[in-house]
Design a binder for this molecule. Structure first.
Ligand code: DGY
Length: 433
């Protein structure tokens, strides 16, 4: 095995990994949007696209901006950018548009996903070689981004608590993280039969259990039966989480949006309102912190209890700049110990947790874009050594296994979908430059 402390890639390796990454994006391009991987995920996913645009930016800026434009073509009138846009039909995925039942011109799901897109756009603007194109694109997208962020705060935190709620594990992007187990358990199961498609592409030992799918689908039905009525869903949804992952990603992205607006002279009253929401989150975030275990957790809003399992979502607080100096120091120590706990890092669930499973979707495996966010956050807080170590470990993974959807933290083996867009994109953006 490559020793991470001495890892060095020669130019040829970097070049061939870059070529492979570019080719992965090109192969996954369905004309304006990039599927995460063929078969398993044959549509446009929200946070996948935002991350994937960072990869396109390294070799085709026009195409990178197009990815974002196409994503926003599916924005709902209320500002929401859906988690999946079903641009074309596909038989390889379940549940498709008919199950979701939302009757829009561009068919979509009725939930969103971690709103990393404004952060990605800010990075695209900063790194663009064609500044005129980038500026024109951001000016065009700005109001849509503000609408999206206002939707998050108004729709998902109508009582101004400072902490938005999520209604579905799929909305978190961390689909079957153990942080949702208790809350999901009380959601009823659907009483109709269905055929999953995911397990025909990926071994079922790497995917959620049927008992989870039954509940995922109950929630999908619930949104449809509720006519997608925001107020009704807020008052009655049987699953409501304060997800520290989404809260952190939203917080970081809102700050990025406000900075872009100010720099481009685009700020308005709505931005002042967003700035107030940022302050509100900064005040409320301490309620997700556990002093005795020195960690940020998700909260089941319906029972008002913290979900006391250490997942990588808690480390995103540092990426959002939501930590005090003391909390950041503590999280840096936790991250160092987390890195040591498995051969490859960072496991999505801490390996010492009893619910840790190294190969099952979000219950242990490593995701590259999460590593990137955590490393960015640590570096911004001055913890460069830990950030460098994460970057080096992550590079080892692609050297060993290529561009899989996720990786086993004990063996570094690639799991889930093959030839995965955001893995290739993050490699281009962060590891191979
Ligand atoms: C799936 O179908 O597994 C997706 O992750 C939902 O977003």
């Amino acid at each position: 095995m490559v020793n991470s402390t001495t890892l060095k890639m020669d130019d040829t390796t970097v070049l061939s990994l870059k070529e492979l990454a570019k080719q992965t994006l090109k192969n996954n391009d369905l004309g304006g949007y990039t599927v995460p991987t063929h078969g398993l995920y044959p549509f446009q996913w929200n946070w996948d696209s935002a991350i994937t645009a960072l990869g396109w930016m390294k070799f085709d800026e026009q195409r990178a901006w197009q990815e974002i434009d196409v994503l926003f073509s599916g924005q709902w009138d209320n500002g929401m950018v859906p988690h999946i846009l079903f641009h074309k039909d596909s038989e390889t995925y379940f549940p498709g548009p008919d199950v979701w039942g939302s009757n829009r011109t561009i068919k979509s799901t009725s939930i969103s996903q971690p709103p990393v897109v404004a952060t990605a756009i800010k990075k695209m603007l900063e790194t663009a070689t064609d500044k005129a194109l980038a500026t024109e694109k951001v000016k065009h997208l700005f109001a849509k981004l503000v609408d999206y962020h206002l939707w998050w705060y108004n729709d998902r935190d109508p009582e101004n608590t400072g902490l938005v709620v999520t209604y579905h594990p799929w909305e978190s992007g961390m689909d079957n993280s153990p942080a949702w187990d208790e809350a999901l358990n009380v959601v009823p199961c659907v009483d109709w039969q269905y055929t999953r498609r995911d397990t025909s592409h990926v071994d079922s030992s790497q995917r959620p259990h049927k008992s989870e799918y039954d509940r995922f689908l109950f929630l999908v039905d619930f949104f449809k039966r509720s006519n997608f009525d925001s107020k009704y869903i807020f008052d009655n949804c049987p699953y409501k989480m304060n997800d520290i992952g989404i809260i952190s990603i939203l917080h970081c992205a809102t700050k990025d949006l406000l900075i872009m607006g100010e720099n481009l002279g685009l700020s308005d009253d709505r931005c002042d309102y967003l700035a107030q929401r940022v302050e509100l989150t900064e005040k409320a975030i301490s309620t997700l912190w556990c002093e005795s275990s020195q960690f940020f957790y998700c909260r089941n809003v319906l029972t008002n209890t913290l979900s006391m399992v250490k997942t990588s979502a808690g480390l995103l607080s540092i990426y959002a700049g939501l930590t005090t100096t003391e909390q950041a120091a503590s999280l840096n120590n936790t991250t160092k110990e987390w890195i040591e706990a498995s051969q490859f890092s960072i496991a999505s669930t801490h390996p010492s947790e009893s619910c840790y499973e190294p190969q099952r979707y979000w219950r242990g495996p490593i995701w590259l874009h999460i590593n990137w966010m955590i490393a960015v956050g640590l570096a911004e807080s001055g913890y460069n050594d830990t950030a460098d170590k994460i970057q080096q470990d992550t590079t080892e993974l692609i050297l060993k296994s290529g561009y899989y959807e996720y990786f086993n933290p004990e063996t570094g083996t690639g799991c889930g979908g093959k030839d995965f867009s955001w893995t290739a994109a993050i490699a281009l953006h962060w590891l191979l430059d």
